[in-house]
Design a protein around this ligand. Structure first.
Ligand code: UD1
Ligand code: CA
Length: 496
């Protein structure tokens, strides 16, 4: 049914996004607010693209430059149409037609930039219905318990759609109608073009209503249909932040459900947030309190969470990432991260590697099986295969002016509580003694020891801390040592 053969070609989708959105009370234009990691207009464009139109136009006006720049970023092929000072959805559609090829034929869809749950699948069904019924206009409608504010669908005695009346223009009898106009339509291109020239601004709002096209088409003897849908979420627009959160939550419910149906275990979908552009492999497990954001990719059989936020991060198969924050990082297969790790941009952890508790990394490439298990800051570093970085090691990459790089070679071992002061190079197969501050390169097979020589000063406690519990303990220990030296042990006494 949905194959284009025999059906009119999908000439264009027009996304209306010129409205102001004052109820958002925001410096950011409404259509640039986000749910599931995409802007509202980004969702509209994604759904429109799923239908494979020849042209896609987005109508802008309010904060025109910001919206146009964003549209160009998410969809460089989209055409920007500027709406002029004439108000209304009809004028918006007309302005789009002006930037589309003049004699465009076939079907044109009109959607809104602030209806983020509308799916490409629903648009496909609209196009199919439109073609199968041989209609000049098909509008998506829904039955609402409370239709306040929406345009109402007017049907004739034969139940055929005759037009749409706006809430503000409706009679009391028309206000009782519960079938509403979603604002999403399929039009025959020629009918839309001709009808719009006849639409006036003679109504309660002084606007050029797109909805008037239906009655005009009908009056000229063309067929007008309604495509009634049950899923009300797909017709709901965002007008304020309460709706933004409501629709965001529902979209997240749909996304988590989709991944569960694809074979991903999500222990608690209510506390798991997954952006629209994330991908997750089969048999991965997502534990409670986890957010997978941006273009994050999780490999098959990986375990993420609890309480983990991954943004633009790639996780290999079977890796485990626990109580971690990661941005633009790459975690190799079978690697382990966390708990309480902070992976900043440019972190790459090799296969079977480990980044452990209270470790912060940034622009750090860790080879296969390399381990940074505890309490470390690792910035601007390359760590070789199988190397081990002891607890509390600091890669001092910043000298107050510039950043510098540190390398630790393959299978090298850095003792606990060391500072590697960049730029510095520790070769393959080298050691750094615990507590060292390393400022010069360490060669293969060498150990660097860079710390004060230990001195033990006898009698210091008795002289400097007399009468303290410490002094008493020292005295007792001393006495016990002396006594032990002079009393033969049971074993010694038995010797012949
Ligand atoms: C519109 C419909 C109404 C329908 C409702 C569904 C008209 C006349 N009315 O009403 O029948 O029930 O949507 O939500 O079409 N826009 C522009 N330029 C404009 C005006 C609006 O681009 O000059 C865009 C807005 O950005 C928005 C969409 O069109 O994305 C709808 O605009 P809105 O003002 O919300 O329309 P409603 O009055 O709610
Ligand atoms: Ca609206």
């Amino acid at each position: 049914m949905s194959t284009p053969h025999g059906t009119p070609r999908l000439a264009a989708v027009i996304v209306l996004a010129a409205g102001e959105g004052t109820r958002m009370k925001s410096a950011t234009p409404k259509v640039l607010h986000r749910i599931a990691g995409r802007t509202l207009v980004g969702h509209a464009i994604a759904a429109a693209r799923e239908t494979g139109p020849e042209h896609l136009a987005v109508v802008v006006r309010h904060e025109r430059d910001l919206v146009a720049a964003h549209v160009a970023e998410v969809d460089p092929d989209a055409i920007i149409a500027d709406q002029d000072e004439v108000k209304g959805t009809g004028r918006a559609a007309e302005c789009a037609l002006e930037v589309l090829p003049k004699e465009l034929e076939g079907t044109i869809l009109v959607t809104y930039g602030d209806v983020p749950l509308l799916s490409g699948e629903t648009l496909h069904q609209l196009v199919d219905h439109h073609a199968a019924s041989g209609s000049a206009v098909t509008v998506i409608t829904a039955n609402l318990a409370d239709p306040t504010g929406y345009g109402r669908i007017l049907r004739g005695a034969d139940d055929a759609v005759e037009g749409i009346v706006e809430h503000k223009d409706a009679t009391p009898g028309q206000l009782a109608i519960t079938e509403i106009n979603s604002g999403i339509y399929a039009f025959d291109a020629g009918v839309l073009r001709d009808a719009l020239t006849q639409v006036s601004t003679d109504n309660a709002q002084g606007e050029k209503y797109l909805t008037d096209v239906l009655a005009i088409a009908r009056t000229s003897g063309r067929r007008v249909s309604a495509h009634l849908i049950d899923d009300l979420w797909q017709t709901e627009g965002v007008n304020d932040r309460v709706q933004l959160a409501r629709l965001g939550k529902e979209l997240n419910r749909r996304i988590t459900e989709r991944w569960m149906r694809e074979g991903v275990t999500i222990v608690d979908p209510d506390t798991t947030w997954i952006d629209a552009d994330v991908t997750i492999g089969r048999d991965a497990t997502i534990l409670p309190g986890t957010q997978l954001l941006g273009a994050t990719v999780v490999g098959a059989d990986a375990v993420i969470g609890p309480d983990t936020t991954l943004d633009g991060t790639e996780v290999g198969e079977r890796a485990e990432v626990k109580r971690t924050e990661a941005l633009l990082a790459v975690i190799g297969p079978d690697a382990t991260v966390g708990p309480f790790s902070y992976l900043r941009p440019g972190t790459e952890l090799g296969a079977k590697g480990k980044i452990g508790g209270f470790v912060e990394t940034q622009n750090a490439k860790n080879g296969t099986g390399a381990k940074v298990p505890h309490l470390t800051y690792c910035g601007d570093a390359t760590i070789g295969e199988g190397a081990n970085i002891g607890a509390g090691t600091i890669f001092a990459n910043y000298d107050g002016v510039a950043k510098h790089h540190t390398t630790v070679g393959a299978h090298s071992f850095v003792g606990s509580d060391s500072v590697l002061i960049a730029p510095v190079h520790v070769a393959d197969g080298a050691y750094v003694g615990a507590g060292s501050a390393v400022t010069t390169d360490v060669g293969p097979g060498q150990i660097a020891v860079a710390r004060g020589q230990q001195r033990n000063i006898a009698g210091w406690v008795a002289r400097k801390r007399p009468g303290t519990a410490t002094a008493e303990a020292a005295e007792a220990a001393h006495a016990a040592e002396v006594a032990a030296r002079h009393t033969p042990t049971a074993g010694e006494a038995d010797q012949p």
